[in-house]
Design a binder for this molecule. Structure first.
Ligand SMILES: [Mn+2]
Length: 361
């Protein structure tokens, strides 16, 4: 396992350093500078995609997953590859709002990937992927998370960067390849970038995200970005007509850490659904979800950004110890950790829970 990761990162490092070196060593020659963007193009177009390849993000599709999928499929089409966008589940809440505003309909749902040519974006965990992804022919992974459980028999194009959103990565590929995104593509990627970084405020935000925010905004047709983002946030926590279980699963990711199967859901409090009530309702819905999904533990990351508070209810054997150690805090009598606001599942929540699980062993 360790070896796999070392190899992977070496490949990624080589790809980037070879580009950088071409730039620095050959900047006096136009032809060779051009080689820099053609290298990436040649690598991508040089692979065998069969008749077609499907691009898909993770289950519980969020803005970053859906819009990096669409933007990346479009990018590949412009390179002459028959790529089609798919989603790993029904598109609801925030990404549905963004699609509506853009006048688009959702890509089709893919529920089984067995035997298909696939490109995974915004995830690298089989536990978060379309069913039977382990039996697909995975050609690319484009992601901004740590390396997950995905392994492939064939060589693959693995493009991972430690930045705020997969949409930022895809936008940077447009730029690198000299492709100009349309106003709609720019709007979609901008929406994914803002959603994942909470409009450039999350701890995962980098200077690269800030640069591409401006780059995409100037190409999009959004006139008032702050009211647009306010409407996105509102849509994110508008759960009208949804059951508590559907709310719990609206942004839910599964992991396997040290043999422990766990799920982490994230929901924001709103004026309509305050933190206290949200916590009460989610806690009641958690045991059934844990049971149905065959998970050992379930945690929820319930956030009220304006009040700078997060509530972390949990269930499952050992979950209390994991949460208390991970978040260095004592749980309340009704199985909840109260913490200062946590903005990132990836950068803050998962590392804390991982520490807790390691401690448990
Ligand atoms: Mn993402």
């Amino acid at each position: 396992m360790k070896m796999k990761h070392i190899k992977l990162w070496l490949c990624i490092a080589c790809l980037f350093f070879s580009n950088t070196m071409l730039f620095t060593s050959c900047s006096d020659s136009d032809d060779e500078v051009m080689d820099n963007s053609t290298t990436l193009r040649d690598i991508i177009t040089g692979m065998n995609y069969g008749d077609s390849v499907l691009v898909v993000g993770h289950k519980s599709p969020d803005c970053d997953a859906v819009f990096s999928t669409i933007a990346y499929a479009n990018l590949l089409q412009r390179l002459g590859i028959n790529a089609k966008a798919r989603v790993a589940g029904k598109v609801i809440c925030e990404p549905r709002y963004v699609l509506q505003e853009a006048g688009l309909i959702s890509p089709a749902i893919l529920d089984n990937a067995a035997g298909l040519n696939m490109i995974m974006v915004d995830h690298s965990e089989f536990a978060q992927a379309v069913d039977s992804m382990a039996f697909a022919n995975i050609l690319h992974v484009v992601d901004h998370h740590g390396t997950g459980s995905v392994t492939t028999a064939q060589p693959l194009f693995y493009y991972a960067l430690p930045i705020g959103s997969t949409c930022t990565i895809v936008a940077s590929m447009y730029e690198k390849l000299g492709l100009e995104p349309t106003a709609t593509e720019s709007r979609l990627m901008l929406s994914g970038l803002m959603s994942d970084t909470d409009s450039l405020t999350s701890v995962t935000t980098t200077d690269t995200d800030r640069r591409f925010f401006t780059w995409l905004l100037s190409r999009s047709d959004i006139s008032d970005i702050s009211s647009y983002y306010a409407a996105m946030r509102k849509a994110r926590s508008s759960f009208e007509g949804m059951t508590d279980e559907e709310i719990l699963l609206s942004d839910f990711k599964e992991y396997e850490i040290e043999g422990v199967r766990l799920g982490i859901g994230s929901v924001f409090a709103s004026k309509e659904l305050g933190l206290e009530e949200l916590c009460l309702r989610m806690r009641a819905a958690m045991p059934a979800v844990r049971e149905k999904r065959g998970l050992d533990m379930v945690f929820m990351m319930l956030g009220d950004r304006d009040a700078n508070v997060s509530h972390i209810p949990f269930c499952g054997e050992g979950a209390k110890e994991v949460a208390e150690y991970g978040f260095q805090s004592t749980a309340t009598a009704d199985n909840c950790i109260i913490s200062t606001y946590i903005s990132s599942r990836k950068a803050q929540f998962v590392p804390a829970v991982t520490q807790g699980i390691l401690q448990l062993k």
